[in-house]
Write a protein of this length. Structure first.
Length: 241
């Protein structure tokens, strides 16, 4: 397929999402997340982190637009070649079929007919100046999967601190602010809150290194490696640790 044709296809998907055409998800827009207390906080600067994991069956495209920062502003999209590199894995950022910016629209796709860069793991990270809240519209295709027979696509949103660690949230995974699961019969979207606490497990001093804490360290290592992107569906965010 020619690049020109792919470009027209992507434009068609984006246009359909922005206009709310049939076959796209627009429930509950806009999604609003409080960032009160972020301005001037020592954990900053802060980054928006959007991820799309590819499932085992259908591919999808997510468009995020109409960003508002409640008096704040979007910044530069993070790249792996940035002078302050906090991603510990050999990777390219933005990853896979992720493009755009919060100043206009962000696109994530795992559909190879939409982007030649589409992959099992797609991510974009962007610094922002916090205001009272960050909000955006979530628009997507609706190629849903029966999770009893195959793993569906999953989207997630988190905020990172200046070290690249996710802020802790009340989500089941402890770090997501929003998740969207492309499962039949309808996309399941859940939102959560954060209290500015990061999810780093501090390394123990020699005095505390004992068998009592080994299970905690094992859990942290297991969570990190199990969340790394793989060829098949990963049912968790790829964490920065």
């Amino acid at each position: 397929m020619s690049l020109r044709k792919k470009g027209f296809q992507l434009l068609a998907v984006v246009s359909a999402c922005l206009l709310g055409a049939a076959g796209t998800a627009r429930a509950a827009n806009p999604y609003v997340f409080s960032t009160a207390g972020f301005a001037g906080n020592s954990d900053g600067p802060f980054f928006l982190d959007f991820q799309l994991f590819s499932g085992a069956a259908n591919d999808n495209t997510v468009v995020l637009n109409s960003f508002n920062f409640g008096g704040g502003a979007p910044g530069a999209v993070y790249t792996q070649s940035a002078s302050t590199s906090f991603i510990p894995l050999p990777a390219v950022e933005p990853a896979g079929g992720a493009s755009g910016s919060a100043s206009s629209a962000i696109i994530l796709t795992d559909d190879p007919t939409m982007s030649s860069n589409a992959a099992a793991f797609n991510e974009i990270i962007e610094v922002f100046t916090p205001g009272s809240a960050v909000s955006f519209d979530f628009n997507s295709s609706t190629n849903l999967t029966n999770s009893t027979t195959a793993a569906p696509d999953e989207f997630s949103f988190a905020i990172l601190d200046h070290n690249g660690d996710e802020l802790a949230t009340n989500a089941p995974d402890g770090v997501s602010l929003m998740t969207a699961t492309f499962n039949q019969p309808a996309i399941t979207i859940d939102t959560y809150t954060t209290s500015l606490t990061t999810t780093v497990v501090p390394l123990p001093s020699a005095a505390w290194m004992s068998l009592a804490i080994l299970p905690l360290l094992a859990y942290a290592s297991r969570r990190y490696f199990s969340a790394r992107p793989v060829a098949c569906k990963a049912k968790a965010r790829r964490t920065r640790r």
